[in-house]
Design a protein around this ligand. Structure first.
Ligand code: NDP
Ligand code: X2W
Length: 346
């Protein structure tokens, strides 16, 4: 069994990771940390895990944590995974970070968008962006996996075939994303207050959201040229899910049917990316609880634009599920170990 530690086990992403790993056949939940609930059992804080997870939550002690685990997951606010990364590197263990600390290759860009000093910049070059559909081989041998952000996962998977094949003019790219409230984490805030989010729908982070440079980094690598985007996230009155709608001008004539075939070919063998048949559109309910990213492409011959729609569960393919998929890649296990293809419905 592989001994795993989860730092930030009491956050939404961390708790979902605990749930998924509790039924993983090769992972043993060894250390679960919490800042606010150390000393309590996991199930006292999360009753859905009663009878499933018996661990007592511990305060974070980085050297001790790393010494007791083979693989550490960090699910912390940004800026806090860096010391864990340093200790993991020192002791030759593995880290899968669900936050943003190792995603951006350019430390200056990280510091300017996250308004935080990067204290482990030497580790950034060796960290691998943890999107298995694009970086499977690199993830396998990496010490630090930078699990992607939730919005970036939906956008990058939705756009990868178009950029790889140079089928769109990247300068015309617009990404419009809608997220459930769990994307903002479990902590109390005015933004996620019941009466602010119920029966309400609002944009936020317009032209300033910190996922913009992450999406641009990955799309630029796919396109082989710098890509800048307009990215607008929205908060919707639902708990889970991200739906991204993306628009761009096509560089050549292609039909919806031809493009759908090309997407199917690009993602052939990728069981967690479901390219939907023409006429079917992604919806968040269809991926809730599963590690799937559903994608549909439509060509508007009138405007010569393509419209790509993708849907994920922000806590699964957008966070904990993708982290388990990365663990499976590292361990050489089938990537679906411990993960679901069909989620909850209704
Ligand atoms: N929510 C989502 O959909 C997604 C989240 N992520 C990323 O995952 C990470 C966690 O997000 P999320 O679960 O939503 O956040 P939450 O706010 O729900 O949880 C944060 C966790 O970090 C712990 N924590 C906070 N500050 C510290 C600290 N200084 N030292 C040690 N532990 C601390 C908290 O402990 P305690 O509860 O005990 O206070 C809690 O366990 C973030 O980087 C986030 O951006 C990535 C993709 C999607
Ligand atoms: C709805 C909502 O508030 N979503 C979060 C998503 C952040 C997240 O999870 O991403 P990182 O891992 O990059 O921090 C936000 O916009 O900040």
């Amino acid at each position: 069994m592989i001994k795993v530690g989860i730092v930030g086990a009491t956050g939404y992403a961390g708790a979902e990771l605990v749930r998924l790993l509790s039924r993983h056949p090769k992972a043993e939940l060894t250390v679960l940390t919490s800042q606010s609930y150390a000393g309590k059992t996991m199930w006292e804080v999360f009753p859905h895990l009663y009878g499933v997870v018996d661990n007592t939550l511990e305060a974070l002690n980085v050297p001790e944590l790393v010494s007791r685990c083979d693989v550490v997951f960090t699910a912390l606010p940004h800026g806090h995974a860096m010391p864990v990364g340093q200790e993991v590197m020192r002791r030759g263990k593995r880290l899968i970070d669900l936050g943003a600390d190792f995603r951006l290759k350019d430390v200056d860009i990280y510091q300017s968008w996250y308004k935080t000093e990067h204290t482990a910049s030497v580790l950034v070059a060796s960290a691998v962006y943890g999107l298995p559909e694009l970086y499977r081989l690199e993830i396998k041998d990496s010490v630090i996996v930078a699990n992607p952000g939730c919005y970036p996962t939906s956008a990058i998977l939705g756009l990868a075939p178009l950029l790889t094949d140079k089928l769109i003019d990247p300068e015309t790219l617009i990404i419009d994303s809608k997220s459930g409230v769990s994307g903002a984490g479990r902590g109390l805030s005015l933004k996620t207050h019941f009466s602010e989010t119920t029966n309400n729908f609002q944009a936020y982070g317009v032209a300033t959201h910190r996922h913009t440079p992450e999406i641009e980094q990955e799309l630029s690598l796919l396109a082989g040229m710098p890509v800048t985007i307009n990215f607008t996230p929205h908060l919707t009155p639902m708990i889970r899910g991200i739906l991204s709608t993306m628009y761009a001008k096509l560089t050549r004539n292609i039909t919806t049917e031809e493009l759908t075939e090309r997407y199917k070919e690009f993602y052939q063998g990728e069981r967690f990316v479901r390219v939907l048949p023409v006429g079917m559109l992604p919806q968040t309910k269809a991926v809730a609880g599963s590690n799937c990213c559903d994608i549909a492409v439509s060509v508007d011959p009138r405007t010569k634009r393509v419209i790509v729609i993708s849907a994920i569960d922000n806590l699964i393919k957008g966070a904990a599920g993708q982290a388990v998929q990365n663990l499976n890649v590292i361990l050489g296990l089938p990537e679906d170990t411990g993960l679901d293809f069909a989620g909850m419905y209704p």
